[in-house]
Design a protein around this ligand. Structure first.
Ligand code: HEC
Ligand code: HEC
Length: 374
């Protein structure tokens, strides 16, 4: 209420000032009219003496001499001004425009950051700058009854545009992920953010994507920590927690125990029920979002490992058929050469395949071999 009252006071002050100005203006106008009429009345005498157009003008010499020179001189100066100013304007215009675009982008990113850190608090779950995190969550059964309290992995987002296109990310933002801590954010899914705000957040996500080499180096370091594969892709260290037998198995479950990137590089977070909250059921047996991959069920779609490698590498696209009878919805990420993903900023400098982002081809092969053994 005090706020409202303040507004009212401000409003009255503003209208009072406006009223005074209006009175002064109207009063001044009438004074001017009266003064003018009085002046007019004083004008007496014949038209011949007083007509304004009858005053003597410049002589011919003056008109064609100094007066003409002066006018031509003015023209010349103006012409020079235009001749110089226009090209300068024209030269500077592209710079001004790209500057404006850059400024606009910065504005977009900073608004997105505000949404990420403050308004929607994505950072509470996905970590500052999208490094990944966990969130407490209450598991309910189909009837909505309490099952248990869990900590759910919220995948790192600093590589999300390497596995998904912008539109695919927007889809997740719009609709969230059913029965996970990830709510629907977009108005389309009944969430609080407008289309514009989603674009802002995505612009911010663009700005925090890791250099792709950093992403690959981090994954390689993690592989060396939990598996250290030999030439046959069998793990040579007994990870105290994982006991992964092969590189493929380690990749499939990447981050299960130590929370590396909160599972962003794993398959199990979608294809193994319970994986994301530390209660994994049958590995690859079907999860929150992804299908059952066990007992050769994926061979329903892919007869050969080659075909499957291509699919895991590219990911699915909305409405695009894959395998024998699959229709993609864009939610299976592309882990290798993803045609719809962001091209990393460092691609040209490092000579890497600009579209090879999450996994290398060897890693794709290894994970597919593991999958086909399930
Ligand atoms: C309350 C916690 C929480 C908040 C807040 C939250 N998320 Fe999520 N988000 C999650 C979880 C958990 C998942 C993974 C769900 C699953 O297991 O499939 C997820 C998944 C995602 C994904 C899919 C990533 C992938 O690789 O599968 C994106 C993109 C995403 N969130 C973006 C955002 C953005 C942007 C915001 C803020 C507008 C946000 N999230 C806010 C918890 C959260
Ligand atoms: C963010 C969730 C998610 C992650 C992570 C994920 N998938 Fe998927 N996957 C899906 C979805 C969803 C589908 C179904 C296709 C679609 O709807 O686009 C799918 C389909 C598949 C299929 C085809 C199965 C069929 O029967 O149609 C294979 C094979 C597969 N994924 C393998 C993998 C591998 C290997 C990884 C890890 C490198 C992985 N997925 C990671 C969500 C995911």
């Amino acid at each position: 209420m005090p706020v409202l009252a303040n507004h009212a006071v401000l409003a009255t002050a503003a209208s009072a000032i406006g009223g005074v100005i209006a009175v002064v203006l109207i009063g001044g106008f009438f004074i001017a009219v009266v003064a003018n009429m009085r002046k007019g009345r004083a004008e007496v005498g014949s038209e011949l003496e007083l007509a304004a157009n009858r005053k003597p003008y410049l002589s011919d010499e003056e008109l064609e001499g100094s007066k003409l020179d002066r006018t031509l001189g003015f023209g010349l100066v103006l012409l020079i001004v235009i001749a110089v100013a226009l090209p300068i304007y024209w030269l500077a215009e592209p710079g001004r425009q790209s500057g404006a675009v850059e400024q606009f982008d910065k504005e977009f990113v900073s608004r997105g950051q505000t949404i990420y850190d403050v308004k929607a608090k994505c950072s509470d779950c996905h970590g500052p700058k999208g490094v990944g995190g966990v969130k407490d969550y209450t598991l309910l059964n189909a009837n909505g009854d309490f099952v248990k309290q869990v900590s759910w992995k919220a995948p790192a987002l600093n590589t999300v545009l390497y596995r998904y296109s912008k539109d695919e990310v927007k889809y997740v933002l719009n609709f969230g992920r059913q029965n996970t801590p990830m709510p629907a954010w977009g108005a389309l899914g009944g969430g609080p953010l407008t289309e514009q705000q989603l674009d802002n957040v995505i612009a911010y996500l663009y700005s925090i994507q890791l250099p792709a080499t950093d992403s690959q180096d981090a994954l390689q370091k993690e592989i060396d920590t939990v598996c250290r594969p030999d030439a046959n892709n069998n793990c040579t260290i007994d990870d105290p927690q994982g006991h992964w037998k092969t590189l493929g198995e380690a990749l499939f479950n990447m981050g299960e125990f130590d929370g590396f990137a909160a599972g962003a590089y794993s398959c199990a977070r979608c294809h193994t029920a319970g994986w994301s909250y530390g209660d994994p059921q049958v590995a690859g047996g079907g999860g929150q979002l992804g299908f059952n991959l066990t007992n050769g069920s994926e061979r329903r779609q892919f007869e050969t490992a080659d075909q499957q490698q291509v699919f895991v590498s590219l990911g699915s696209e909305l409405g695009k058929p894959y395998g024998h009878g699959g229709i993609g919805d864009g939610q299976m990420p592309g882990f290798g050469v993803n045609p719809t993903a962001l091209i990393p900023k460092d691609a040209a400098a490092t000579g890497m395949n600009p579209a090879q982002t999450m996994y290398t081809q060897d890693q794709i092969d290894a994970v597919v071999a593991y999958e086909r053994s399930l």
